[in-house]
Design a protein. Structure first.
Length: 74
């Protein structure tokens, strides 16, 4: 019983599905691909022209992982 376990019986809105896909992509991204993913997220933010909380959360997660990766090299 995980805190973030997916529940099939819950109805997901299309926007929630997109958010879950973004989170899954961030979590499964290899360290070497984090920069590319960050650029992809930033492009999506520019396209929307408005603040998208889900994309901003994903950007924060990716930048945090990049910082941890870079910090562990030192």
């Amino acid at each position: 019983m995980g805190l973030f376990r997916k529940h099939d019986n819950q109805k997901m809105k299309p926007k929630d599905k997109v958010y879950m896909d973004i989170i899954e992509e961030v979590n499964n991204c290899k360290s070497k691909d984090l920069e590319v993913l960050l650029q992809k997220i930033e492009l999506e933010l520019e396209k929307k022209g408005e603040k998208d909380k889900e994309l901003l959360s994903a950007k924060t997660m990716v930048t945090s992982r990049i910082a941890v990766k870079n910090n562990s090299k030192n």
